[in-house]
Design a protein around this ligand. Structure first.
Ligand SMILES: *Cc1c(COP(=O)(O)O)cnc(C)c1O
Length: 239
């Protein structure tokens, strides 16, 4: 019962608060309080809580793992919900997930893009993707570093069954906001630069950055899709 579990209430309240914060930051950055999409990141979260988030108006979800998403999928009320894969994707799993999601945000190599292109063709579809950048050049993180990005971007843009819709990143953990901002601003600059060049399979619509602890800062630097997990659902419990 919803009434017996305080977590349902917390989730509703968290969503309200975050939505207000997003609106304020959007208004400040662009003058449009509706310019930013609010994704609920649902890894490790029980489907009953995810469904509750949907009933609170969440219409975009992100999962990290193919297997976890496929296991939960049947238990979710996905009518009208857009689903994105946001975690590292191995090429051999593309085939399993490609028809189940609306976007793959985590394209981090040409070989992965080739496999997505191949599987999209097989399924008679065009795959919407974001290119993931490792903007801080950290060894521990996935995503293309900036030099690989320059080399790879137009190779991927030539693939017929892929549409590049924008960029995604997770910046390094920074102590100072000013330092964090330099990473977000660098991403925004790339996003604008590429967007100003015309290319058939590219439409730079989405700049996906900002998580629970930094989504407002990201919006103030130009993000228009934020991915929020623990600030909605509480700390994650990994099993
Ligand atoms: C887990 C995750 C998030 C959300 O992280 P929180 O700090 O819980 O908001 C966002 N993006 C990616 C790629 C993630 O893996």
């Amino acid at each position: 019962m919803i009434q017996d579990d305080p977590k349902f209430y917390d989730i509703s309240e968290n969503i309200k608060t975050i939505r207000e914060n997003i609106k304020k930051a959007s208004l400040k950055f662009s003058g449009d309080e509706n310019a930013v999409r609010f994704m609920a990141v649902t890894k490790t979260v029980d489907p009953k809580y995810i469904n509750h988030a949907f009933s609170c108006g969440i219409d975009l979800m992100g999962e990290n793992k193919v297997q976890e998403f496929l296991l939960k999928e049947e238990q979710l009320n996905l009518n009208g919900i857009e689903k994105h894969l946001i975690g590292h994707l191995q090429s051999n799993k593309v085939r399993k997930i490609i028809t189940h999601v609306d976007m793959i945000q985590s394209v981090d190599s040409v070989s992965l893009a080739q496999e997505i292109d191949r599987q999209a063709e097989k399924n008679n579809m065009t795959a919407d993707v974001l290119i993931e950048l490792n903007v801080g050049g950290e060894e521990s993180k996935t995503g293309m570093d900036k030099s690989a990005f320059k080399e790879n971007f137009y190779k991927i843009a030539e693939m017929k069954n892929i549409r590049i819709k924008g960029l995604m990143t997770i910046p390094p953990i920074c102590e100072k906001t000013s330092e964090l901002r330099t990473f977000f601003e660098e991403m925004y600059k790339l996003f604008i630069d590429i967007g100003s060049k015309k290319s058939d399979n590219v439409s730079m619509d989405i700049l996906s950055m900002g998580m629970s602890h930094d989504y407002e800062e990201a919006i103030l630097c130009g993000a228009n899709l934020v991915r929020v997990g623990s600030a909605i659902f509480g700390p994650r419990i990994y099993k």
